[in-house]
Design a protein around this ligand. Structure first.
Ligand code: 8X3
Length: 252
């Protein structure tokens, strides 16, 4: 068995996942980076390798249970699982939303997290000091118009984390939830609006300093590197200009 602690990061091909992989690698973890886009993972692993860090790419769709099972069987150790894969599709009202968007959001944000957590839990327990981290969202804690499907899915991820923490309290595994608010990444809003760059840019218009992927990665790494008995149950993180999901200060 490897003596270096292993951190698995899902959705690591870009944004918060990629930034988290970089930070955890710098903190001394052997990072297993997973996402569907293999080429991007390879680039990230090469980049980290070039910096003298240890990173392993593994192409994986977290919503595919059999693939997740095979992935878990390929590991002989896991100390940290960062469930970051997910995202938003559409911003339609409940009356008008496409059920396929809702289904896709539930599949990745909730069932993907469930699959990974279930399959890696035995290794996390065996590590003697494991961490399951769920990257939820402020959308997991309050709703807003047009948020319906994403908000429902992120509430699901929040409930998964809360319930798991209760259920495994006797195990040497802590459960951390990080709930980011407005984070400007290259893909989140672009994906949400089906590639409409103008609409995506409007989300951040006039906001002095939306959070960056690295701000969240920094917070994740801080939480993960606390001593094992310290459990940051839930941490909500927003830019200073955002006081609630839709109370945002915009400079004109
Ligand atoms: C992203 C935050 O406000 O788009 O998770 O729901 S929001």
């Amino acid at each position: 068995m490897s003596t270096t602690p292993i951190a698995v990061v899902t959705g690591a091909s870009s944004g918060i996942g990629a930034a988290t992989a970089k930070r955890l690698a710098a903190a001394g973890y052997r990072v297993v980076v997973t996402a569907r886009r293999e080429e991007r993972l390879r680039e990230l692993a090469d980049h980290l390798g070039g910096l003298g860090n240890d990173a392993v790419p593994y192409a994986l769709d977290v919503s595919d249970r059999d693939a997740v099972r095979r992935f878990a069987a390929s590991l002989d150790r896991c100390d940290v699982l960062v469930n970051n894969a997910g995202g938003a599709f559409g911003m339609d009202t409940v009356a008008d939303a496409d059920p396929d968007d809702w289904r896709a959001m539930y599949e990745t944000n909730v069932l993907g997290t469930l699959h990974m957590t279930q399959e890696l839990l035995p290794l996390l327990v065996a590590s003697g000091a494991g961490t399951v981290l769920v990257v939820s969202s402020t959308a997991g804690h309050a709703t807003y118009e047009g948020g319906g499907g994403y908000v429902a899915a992120k509430h699901g991820a929040h409930v998964l984390a809360q319930t798991l923490r209760l259920e495994i309290v006797a195990e040497p595994v802590r459960v951390i939830e990080i709930a980011p608010g407005m984070v400007r990444t290259e893909e989140f809003s672009l994906t949400r609006f089906g590639g409409d760059a103008e609409r995506a840019a409007k989300v951040y218009e006039g906001v002095a300093e939306p959070l960056t992927a690295d701000d969240i990665a920094d917070t994740i790494t801080w939480a993960v590197t606390r001593p094992p008995h310290v459990n940051v149950d839930l941490l909500v993180i927003r830019p200073r200009a955002q006081a609630s999901n839709y109370k945002v200060h915009r400079e004109r």
